[in-house]
Design a protein around this ligand. Sequence first.
Ligand SMILES: CC(C)(COP(=O)(O)OP(=O)(O)OC[C@H]1O[C@@H](n2cnc3c(N)ncnc32)[C@H](O)[C@@H]1OP(=O)(O)O)[C@@H](O)C(=O)NCCC(=O)NCCS
Length: 181
Amino acid sequence: MTAQPTLTTERLLLRPYTEADAPDVQRLAGEREIAATTIRIPHPYPDGAAEEWISGHPRAFESRESVVFAVTLRDGGALAGGIGLDLSPAHHCGELGYWIAVPYWKRGLATEASRAVIDYGFRDLDLHRIEAHCFISNPASGRVLEKVGMTAEGELRERVLKWGDYETLRYYSILHNEWSP
Ligand SMILES: CC(C)(COP(=O)(O)OP(=O)(O)OC[C@H]1O[C@@H](n2cnc3c(N)ncnc32)[C@H](O)[C@@H]1OP(=O)(O)O)[C@@H](O)C(=O)NCCC(=O)NCCS
């Protein structure tokens, strides 16, 4: 089985997380703004949770459950976020998810990282479909998904209870034959 690769873009290096990233993950993903529009990122981010999360990545990759990349800057190597695909191998489908640390917002990094991971999914993981969803109250994420060429498919009304409010999810997808690298 091939090892998880490192993906290089104009400004980014997408690589597997290492244990040494855990303090940065806890600090950056632990910002309230990151948890506010995501379903699974805890806030406050508990001690030890980043270490435990990172330690599960190699096995999840080997079993084709998921592939997770640290988003790092080529210039200086700083951790700027995370991105990954949850995989459904039987259906050749992957679900894209990402976060970018607050100081790096609005520079096109989520879009750049997403393009690289979608390309990897179609090219190397033989995916047929890549999907994603976001809260409709998160227009920045919806915009990222539009910019990478995904089609909005519909909404699940008030599907998620987030901090006392029901959030509507908008679903997006792109098929292999719609992807132009
Ligand atoms: C969503 C998120 C990943 C975007 O990251 P980013 O690197 O800033 O995204 P990009 O710069 O690639 O693109 C953002 C786009 O949204 C637009 N945007 C940002 N805030 C916006 C807002 N409040 N309303 C409308 N558009 C907005 C930007 O202008 C940009 O579009 P443009 O290039 O057409 O101008 C980042 O805000 C984040 O990590 N949020 C918290 C976690 C999260 O929501 N993850 C996704 C869960 S589905």
